[in-house]
Write a protein that binds this ligand. Sequence first.
Ligand code: GLU
Length: 388
Amino acid sequence: MKTSAALSRIAPSRTTGMTDRASALRAAGRDIISLSVGEPDFATPPHVADAAKRAIDEGQTRYTPVAGTIALRTAAALHFQRDLGIATVPETVIVSSGGKQAIFHALLATLDPGDEVLIPAPWWVSYPEIVRFAGGVPVDVPTDAAGGYRITAEQLDALITPRTRWLLLNSPGNPTGSVYSADDLGKIANVLDRHPHVMVLSDDIYAPLRYLAGRHVTLAALRPDLANRVLTVSGVSKSHAMTGFRIGVSAGPGWLIMAMAKLQSHSSGNPCSISQAAAVAAFEGPQGYLADWCGQFRTRRDTVVSAINAIPGLSTPAPDGAFYCLVDAAPHMSRFGDDEALCLHFLDHGVAVVAASAFGGKAGFRISFAADQATLDDACRRLAKALR
Ligand code: GLU
């Protein structure tokens, strides 16, 4: 039997792959610290968990509208306005089973064979795979540590072709932690003004996790006149420690939200009704603890960055947002051959991290610092020992 041509164009996710591998080793009794997947270690807030329990008790266990309950679309519209500065209404918001599904549906609903999608590299592992599955062509926009892992307006202008359908932006970014300023986005928007056929998918899932002064800036808020060309993806997974609930929310032009809902009506149907009730509580409940969590992530970032930079042959800049460091390990490549082999060596020493090549980077690895301080300290000691 054979699988489809579309499936053969993609590879399994190397973030979830490494995490599954680490879980299997743990289940077999091995002492493994998993810093491969990006998920907050904090407990889901009690008022959110209570809302989920109440939803079950009250019988909210049936189908909801495919694009999400009115209650959650309304709460999400509040979130987009309050937290991201995007004026929207519930009708132009869709709820999906995680941000990943929203991106999947948006690209599947809009790409024809050969359509190009510009993706700043290094990228989150699933972006190019989803593009390829949809028949599109991912086009890397290279970035580096010296440039803060941000694309420039000039690069963008040079890479747009008549076949360009989307530009993908992810700020704060996974795996680099790059954060675009209002100035950066303003220049990018000026280029987009000259290319009205290009849409922007702005993945803002890490917006609450930024370590710079000032507010998060996103394209649809900065340039509302472009908002009819921008899909902004957000959610509760990273911000409210709700990764397992699988709730993503997106705001964009009505035609695109309807197209995504059409696809969703045939794929998953509605997102989990219980998770939706919990997400309402997350968006509408107290938000004060988010700043405290962000402060804790910042402290962890600082200790991990200095511990890694103290290990001979490893170096990383301090990320401005999200909870990952993209570590350069080039001096060790002659010993290990490639970064996948290096990560397997680390796994042998009890730490799961993901090779930079999984994200279109090279000769390094991504480490998540979404774990408690003692675990992070232990992990850094193990990395140092593994390289001695
Ligand atoms: N976005 C997270 C990560 O990069 C979750 C895992 C995934 O879906 O890739 O680790």
